[in-house]
Design a protein around this ligand. Structure first.
Ligand code: UT7
Length: 329
């Protein structure tokens, strides 16, 4: 048996649409208020794609920044993996469009579908390919255009979600000497599939005039049911990732940006303060698969990841799915 290759994150990048929607913009469409949204979620504004702006466009910009940061050329990539629930098309994969536009002519390309855990699923897949010696340079992306699937009359879901993309370039740790992935975990419980659900557009309910009129193509969320799940999984994943480590060595936790109250409840359960959490939900809302890589990129660029210290990535969402990553930066 060949020995496992140590894997590192060599560079990150992100991209947000220019179009900003503030909480008060929603007051035109639904019975809500800036005060309710801030108090119940922590969100102040979010970015939505402009007409004609695509998930693959944001992937491309985020990817170019991650490649620049890592010093890797597109043609050196072995794989492009995109975690998304809002690809440009159902067919082909968004990753193929990115691969082509990037000029990653030596790379395979595929999407992974794990909703808010999509980036961690892409990241862990990339890590496994490199660790086993089957790839040397892999681009992992999380990207969403969720605003395309929101019912702006449904106040319990439309205020939460935002659009964006984040990317990371992975390579053998020996080649980059940073961001070593020490531990990974993915989990799922499909019995909770209906908690966050899009009924239409798949093979059970292909789009018809009737399905569109019923709004089957919109994302529906059972907020209260997922709230408890999110608190449990966030605390559980952090605990699992830091098991056997000195908590003082953990410099940063980058969670899926879901809800300020979920963050507070999870950290209280762990008996940890809020200071180690990287939070940008106030600016971008919940961008599903894009939220962890956008936050990771902002944290890296702000110098929040201390050299040689540990960092935890944690995500959870529709599926239900969840995951955690332990890194030594
Ligand atoms: O990323 C994937 C994972 N996502 C999650 O885990 C989401 C987790 N859930 C949440 O973040 C929260 O449950 C929400 C932010 C979605 C909702 O907050 P909540 O505090 O759980 O509200 P609720 O659904 O319990 O609703 C409380 C009240 C209801 O009114 P009544 O029935 O008490 O009269 C809602 O109709 O708040 C009402 N409400 C609103 N009011 C003003 C719901 N949405 C709004 C709104 N503005 N936008």
């Amino acid at each position: 048996m060949t020995s496992r290759v140590r894997v590192g994150i060599a560079g990150t990048g992100s991209q947000l649409p220019d179009r900003v929607l503030q909480n008060r913009d929603f007051e035109k469409w639904i019975d809500t208020s800036d005060e309710w949204i801030v108090q119940r979620t922590g969100i102040r504004e979010r970015r939505w794609v402009a007409e004609g702006e695509k998930t693959s466009d944001m992937c491309l910009s985020a990817a170019r920044r991650a490649l620049d940061a890592s010093g890797v050329k597109p043609e050196e990539l072995d794989l492009v993996i995109v975690g998304t629930l809002t690809p440009d098309f159902l067919l082909p994969a968004c990753a193929c469009l990115v691969q082509d536009r990037l000029g990653a002519k030596n790379a395979g390309a595929f999407d992974v579908s794990a909703a808010c855990t999509g980036f961690l699923t892409a990241l862990h897949t990339a890590e496994a390919f490199i660790a086993s010696g089957r790839a040397k340079r892999v681009l992992a992306i999380g990207a969403e255009s969720l605003s395309r699937f929101l019912d702006i009359k449904d106040r319990s879901s439309c205020i939460i979600f935002g659009d964006g993309a984040g990317a990371a370039v992975l390579m053998p740790w020996e080649d980059c000497r940073q961001g070593e992935i020490l531990r990974t975990k993915l989990g799922a419980d499909g019995s909770g599939y209906s908690f966050i659900h899009m009924k239409g557009g798949g093979s059970v309910t292909p789009p018809t005039q009737e399905s569109v009129a019923r709004g089957d193509h919109f994302i529906r969320l059972q907020g209260r049911e997922t709230f408890r799940f999110a608190v449990n999984k966030m605390a559980e994943m952090i605990e699992l990732m830091v098991q056997g480590q000195d908590p003082a060595d953990v410099s940063l936790i980058v969670p899926h940006q879901v809800n300020q109250r979920i963050f507070e409840a999870a950290m209280e359960r762990l008996g940890w303060g809020m200071e180690k959490l990287f939070i940008n939900i106030d600016k971008y809302g919940n961008t599903s698969a894009a939220s962890v890589p956008i936050a990771l990129d902002e944290a890296v660029r702000a110098g929040r990841l201390s050299k040689e210290k540990l960092a935890v990535l944690v995500a959870f969402g529709a599926g239900l799915t969840w995951g955690g990553t332990l890194l030594r930066w």
